[in-house]
Ligand binder design. Structure first.
Ligand SMILES: [Zn+2]
Length: 167
């Protein structure tokens, strides 16, 4: 009898898709001799790939902060007269980090192309959102029921694609 805890071919599991660069559902497509998952197929982009465990959200945030540091450094180098690179990185509060990320994410964005946020609408990664209270935001992650949106004030998880019960 098969062990219910052991993965089987075709099982749906959460993986880190290296093509979508997101944690997504995938089908188990190859198992090793020891029963470990070897290959998976991303259900979003349909790419077959080596199995990689989903990335913890904290890691993703750490990676984002690293990116912000680089952006901040670049800006510091741009303003060549001021020689205070250390104080720049030291002053990176979470708010400053979010602001820098938001600046970077929205610098080429056309606000006219933003979608008005509505929990019944469905949004995808990189969608530009206009939220009544929080203003312009960029979708950074999306799953079946929620999206992680980068607003000027920081990251906010919002529901989306909700069924309209009262209709
Ligand atoms: Zn994928």
């Amino acid at each position: 009898m098969a062990d219910p805890k052991k993965p089987a071919l075709g099982d749906v599991i959460e993986v880190r898709c290296r093509f979508c660069r997101l944690n997504l559902d995938a089908n188990v497509s190859a198992l090793g001799p020891d029963g470990a998952i070897v290959k998976v197929q991303c259900r979003t982009c349909r790419h077959f790939q080596d199995f990689k465990a989903p990335k913890p959200v904290e890691d993703q945030r750490a990676a984002l902060i690293k990116k912000v540091m680089k952006i901040a450094e670049r800006h510091t180098q741009g303003t060549s007269d001021r020689k205070t690179p250390s104080s720049t990185t030291a002053s990176l509060t979470p708010e400053a980090v979010a602001k820098a990320l938001w600046d970077e994410a929205t610098k080429d964005a056309n606000p006219l192309k933003s979608k008005i946020y509505d929990k019944h609408r469905s949004f995808g990664v990189d969608d530009l959102i206009h939220h009544k209270g929080m203003g312009l935001g960029v979708v950074r992650e999306a799953d079946d029921v929620s999206v992680l949106v980068l607003f000027r004030e920081g990251f906010v998880r919002l529901p989306h694609d909700q069924p309209r019960e009262d209709e």
